[in-house]
Structures are given as C-alpha cells and as structure tokens.
Design a protein around this ligand. Structure first.
Ligand SMILES: Nc1ncnc2c1ncn2[C@@H]1O[C@H](COP(=O)(O)OP(=O)(O)OP(=O)(O)O)[C@@H](O)[C@H]1O
Length: 320
C-alpha cells in the first residue's frame, strides 16, 4: 500500500443476474488514489459504476472484490469522517435550513454548546448565500437553495473526505454556475479532499485537480487520470481563455465520445496497468491539443465563451 490519503485497490463490483442469469460485472480492477486536499472528479458514461464506487467510499455499499483504505484504515461502514452530498439534496423535510445544518454539526461536535453550533452553522449558510432564508423548511426553498443547504451541511461538518454525487445535476445552468462558485470558495478555504461525480466536462475542468476517466461498462475500468494544470483560483470566464483549456477539454471529449467505448479491459491489462495512467493533455501535442471546438451529435459541444456547459448525454453503451 502507498501512503495516499485514500487508496482503492483492484475493486470490482458484480450484481447477481436477473432470474438466475449471468452476474453483471459492472467494473473490474478499479484502482486509484486520492491525495490529501485534492479535488478529484470522475467522469464516464451512465452505468459504468461511478455511484457504486462513491457509495462504497461512503461506506454505504461494499465492493465484491478489492480493498479501500483511508489514512491506512479500511473503510467498512459510514463515518462522520466522510460526508456525502447526493443529487437529490437529502434534507430532513421537517427541519428548517438552519436546523438541517445544525443537525450535522451537532452530531460532529457533541461537546459544543447550542450557541456555538448555531454560529458555526450560520457561517456556512452565509457562505452559500442563504443567510436570509435560514428559517425556511426545504419545501419553501428552490431546488438550488436546497442543494446549497446540503453543501453547507456537508462542508460545515468538515469531513476529511467529501463525496459529491452529481450535486448540481438537477439545477439550471445559471444556478449551477453560482453554486459552483460557492463550492470553489469553500473548498479554497477549507481544502478538504473532494471526490465528485459529474457528467459535465466543463464543471470537471473548472473544479478538479485531476479527472478520472472511466471506460464504459460492463467491466468498466478507470483508464486514465487527467491532470488539470490550470492555475487557481479559477473562474468560468477566465479559464476558457487559458491556452491549455481547449486542449484539456478536447482530450476529455475525445475520450468520452470515442475511446471510452472502444477501450477494452484487455487493452488496459495488456499494458500492465494497475493504476490509471496520469496524463497531461497539453504534453501530448496534436490532435487533442489543437484548440478547436470538438463537435459531436451525442454531446452537443459548443465551445464558445457563452456556451452552455458540455454535458455528456447519459447513454448506456454496453458491450454484448
Ligand atoms: N442494486 C443493484 N442491483 C443490480 N444492478 C445494479 C444495482 N445498483 C446498480 N446496478 C447496476 O450497476 C451499474 C452501475 O450503476 P451506477 O449507478 O453505479 O452507475 P453510474 O455510472 O453512477 O451511472 P449514472 O451516471 O447513470 O448515475 C448499472 O448498470 C446499474 O443498473
């Protein structure tokens, strides 16, 4: 074992086949590491097993094979050291925004008195721009506001590892942009280790230090780890002007559109690949480094400064 903050080694997940049929091998031989303080995104087509990996890291599910370690200790159940934000907010509907955050904070620091819990919770609600609506219940908040409460709650409890499962998937582009900015702000301040699933390539480039690329299932793998060398702090308007931006973006789109479906487990095993190859697309030269927008029917890429973010259209691409 290395001394990475989190290490997943040769993980596999199989589900029993329907009506006694063959088992479904969702992924095999998945290995990766997360360094302390790193922001890592994982992208891949629908069904390759991203949420399954995240649920295992959260301690809510187990791999069929493989080892999962955080700070040298095996992950074998949920823990306050690992916080999760799901796409569907998962707030307690009978509690106000403030009470929802307080609930997490109180569980984390049981020795704190009520005033300290409230003060700490309000600070995080303020960071996500919700100071004026803290008494509202989830039903009285918009989808974007509810997701901000979830993010405030997750960050306020300062877990060592924050797991974000498509946290902005249900939000409109404008709200998504605002909350991404808030997420960057909090992460820049607290520097927690973050592992995030997204279908949005632009979002991954904006947020991540590294992006893990998964091939399509079944028997999906993490094929590569792409280093995002854009300087921080980042903001959406500025990063697209960076000379590396389109090289990285085109490289990711090319993977999702072409290579994710054609890379087979054998190709990766043949190269003796245990951990994903680390790639800096800028070092690769053409064609990926050519700063031309990539266009493809299935991804609706429109790489202009005013373009809506590129979202990978979820598609089941199974090999029979
Ligand atoms: N409890 C289960 N029983 C059987 N199959 C399951 C179960 N949970 C997940 N699967 C299957 O495992 C595969 C991976 O699911 P998972 O949700 O991890 O994929 P994903 O990459 O997160 O997809 P998406 O991007 O659409 O959220 C899918 O084919 C799914 O149908």
């Amino acid at each position: 074992m290395s001394h990475a903050f989190v290490e997943v080694q040769q993980a596999a997940k199989r589900f029993p086949g329907a009506k006694g049929g063959e088992d479904l091998a969702v992924f095999e031989n998945v290995s990766f590491t997360l360094e302390k303080g790193e922001f890592v995104c994982i992208i891949g087509h629908s069904g390759c097993g991203k949420s399954t990996i995240m649920n295992a890291l959260a301690g809510l599910d187990r791999f069929s094979d493989g080892v999962m370690v955080m700070e040298g200790k095996e992950i074998d159940g949920p823990s306050l050291e690992r916080g999760v934000v799901f796409q569907n907010y998962s707030l307690l509907p009978w509690l106000s925004a403030l009470e929802n955050v307080r609930f997490g904070v109180r569980a984390r620091w049981q020795q704190w008195d009520g005033a300290k819990v409230t003060e700490h919770s309000l600070r995080y609600l303020e960071m996500v721009g919700l100071r004026d609506v803290v008494e509202r219940k989830p039903a009285q908040l918009s989808g974007g506001m509810r997701q901000r409460v979830s993010i405030a709650r997750a960050f306020a409890t300062k877990p060592k590892l924050l797991l974000l499962d498509e946290p902005f998937g249900a939000l409109d582009a404008l709200t998504r942009g605002v909350i991404q900015d808030e997420l960057i702000k909090i992460w820049t301040r607290d520097r927690q280790t973050v592992f995030m699933i997204t279908h949005d390539v632009d979002e991954a480039i904006l947020l991540a230090d590294r992006i893990l690329l998964m091939t399509n299932g079944p028997e999906a793998r993490i094929a590569e780890a792409v280093e995002i060398d854009l300087p921080r702090p980042r903001n959406r308007a500025e990063i697209i002007k960076h000379p590396h931006f389109y090289a990285i973006r085109n490289y990711l789109v090319d993977f999702l559109v072409n290579r994710s479906a054609t890379m087979r487990p054998g190709d990766l095993d043949k190269n003796g690949l245990r951990y994903p190859k680390s790639i800096n697309p800028v070092d690769l030269g053409s064609p990926e480094a050519n700063p031309r927008p990539v266009t493809d029917d299935s991804t609706k890429v429109a790489a202009t400064p005013n373009a809506t973010p590129l979202t990978v259209t979820p598609k089941e691409t199974h090999h029979g």
